[in-house]
Ligand binder design. Structure first.
Ligand code: MSP
Length: 505
């Protein structure tokens, strides 16, 4: 099995913020999860560097556009390891490999009679890099705005068009047959009703600026930035060489995107692909948007959340955990300092952290820093071990269906049961009355901490490495296929230390 996951490529008009960090971490979580299942994985991210929006930003800064995008792209590249993400490729749309792939795609569309030259007259939003219909706009004091709130301007220019209208039925057919290819379900319905509403041909070139990939054999036109951008997903798999092992192994892939760019991914992109005889993406997951303390995040309000600041203040895994435990993946969420403190303290410090701390230090003090596997498990133990198996199954189902929050809930509800087990079995009392039973209890708890930790590895990898090292294990020794039957003869404990300190308000 193989798994190809992509973030949207990020516009380099500004520095990265929490929204970018969110999508990148989501992909990292899925990538790590599939790796943990033993699959061959490919995680792609990168930067979207052409178009009017980026060009305008460089002009405002009075910088050479190429120099500007070089610098800005680096900010996105640097953020990845800082977020604890491990990627396989970082693509920039100004690279030659990408220009070649995109021009090849264009030629192929032309060869397949999918492109014609005409005139575009209508609304365009530079901020969204999108065309809009009259019916989609709202009148404000300073003119019309798009549904996103972005200003629009009237453009009238010669343009190449892609015959999107011709793909309406084929797209509907594809989505009828692939009902889970857009998640969540509500987004699937949204895309379907958009397609059913009728597709118009799409303007795919511009003549009023130059910062883009040249249209082959027509120097007056540069490509519309979205045709250029979407092609990145296959450039990275060495398109147009589709007979290479990468393309064969990894296409079609999984695109994780924000809800604002679903239409580009679920309508335009599959249509381009079908038009050049390539399979549409396997899955498109549209996630929600974060607000800051109840307010829409915007540069003009000045409430943009800087991921560096959050990580430095609360810790990396604390942030990763909060973002995916707090809000169902797919819904909008609100970022608040109280909420992150509360969530981290309740789940990571109290529930999980205390359990690790009290059991491991108890074993160090009272069981010579190790516990042996019991000859037999009594019913109480078997019950709890069975409950783990149930939690594991639910976790797998939820992670496989992109419900990270539910998968996390499965683990933390189970950890509460382990805490209750410790309270009820009271190993501290057994120490005098029944030391053999005490060791059995400690073994059961230690092994269940280990087994639960593995499930958390995709979400909070660096903390879990620390937890496992307290139990003298390394990540390489365990994976998801081994986890259910993982019962080592002996578990040795190294001196524990707090891994999830409480966040003081
Ligand atoms: N360049 C295009 C994507 C091209 S993909 C072929 C683009 N770039 S972007 O930088 O503007 O946005 C990238 C992602 O960040 C989008 O998925 C968007 O939804 C996400 N977010 C931007 N602000 C966000 C929040 N406040 N909250 C969550 N995600 C948000 O679009």
């Amino acid at each position: 099995m193989s798994f190809f996951v992509t973030t949207p490529i990020y516009y380099v008009n500004d520095v990265p913020h929490i929204g970018h960090a969110y999508t990148t971490i989501a992909c990292d979580i899925f990538n790590r999860f599939h790796k943990l299942k033993g699959e061959e994985t490919f995680f792609l991210t990168g930067t979207d560097e052409h178009g009017q929006k980026v060009e305008k930003a460089s002009l405002v800064k009075n910088k050479d556009t190429q120099k500007f995008v070089d610098e800005m792209s680096q900010n996105f590249r640097d953020l990845i390891p800082f977020l604890g993400c491990e990627i396989d490729d970082f693509i920039r749309t100004t690279e030659d490999r990408h220009k070649n792939a995109t021009q090849f795609l264009w030629n192929k569309l032309k060869e397949n009679n999918q492109i014609y030259l005409s005139n575009y007259e209508g609304w365009y939003s530079i901020r969204d890099e999108a065309f809009y219909l009259d019916s989609e706009l709202t009148k404000k004091e300073n003119g019309f705005v798009a549904p996103s709130g972005a200003p629009v301007e009237w453009v009238k220019e010669e343009s190449y068009f892609f015959k999107l209208s011709a793909w309406q039925n084929k797209l509907l057919e594809f989505y009828e047959q692939n009902k889970n290819s857009i998640l969540p379900k509500s987004r699937y319905n949204e895309v379907l009703s958009f397609i059913k509403g009728g597709l118009k041909d799409l303007s795919i070139s511009r003549t009023t600026f130059k910062w883009g990939i040249k249209v082959p054999e027509d120097d007056n036109h540069v490509m519309y930035v979205w045709i250029d951008a979407l092609c990145n997903y296959i450039t990275a798999l060495s398109y147009p060489n589709i007979d290479n092992s990468y393309f064969k192994k990894f296409w079609p892939g999984v695109h994780i995107v924000g809800k604002d760019i679903l239409r580009f991914h679920a309508v335009y992109w599959p249509a381009f692909l079908l038009a050049v005889d390539i399979e549409p993406p396997k899955k498109i997951f549209a996630h929600g948007w974060w607000t800051n303390e109840g307010q829409k995040i915007s540069k003009s309000i000045g409430n943009v959340i800087d991921p560096y600041e959050i990580v430095n203040q609360y810790g990396l895994d604390q942030m990763r955990f909060f973002l995916f435990r707090e809000v169902p993946f797919g819904n909008d969420g609100d970022f608040s300092k109280d909420a992150i403190a509360q969530r981290v303290n309740a789940d990571l410090s109290n529930n999980f952290g205390n359990l690790i701390q009290r059991i491991s230090s108890f074993i160090v003090k009272n069981s010579d820093s190790k516990v042996n596997k019991p000859a037999e498990f009594i019913d109480d133990d078997k019950n709890l071990l069975n409950q783990y198996d149930e939690a594991l199954n639910n976790y797998l189902t939820n992670m496989n269906s992109y419900s990270i929050d539910k998968a996390l809930k499965n683990i933390f509800e189970f950890l509460s049961l382990v805490n209750t087990f410790v309270d009820n079995q009271a190993p501290w009392s057994l120490k005098k009355t029944d030391p053999v039973r005490m060791e059995e209890v400690l073994y059961v708890v230690a092994i269940l901490i280990i087994k639960s930790s593995i499930l958390l590895l995709p979400i909070i990898p660096s903390s879990i490495k620390k937890v496992l090292s307290i139990f003298s294990l390394s990540v390489e020794e365990i994976n998801l296929s081994k986890i259910q039957n993982f019962l080592p003869e002996i578990i040795s404990i190294k001196k524990p230390y707090p891994i999830f300190p409480r966040i003081e308000k």
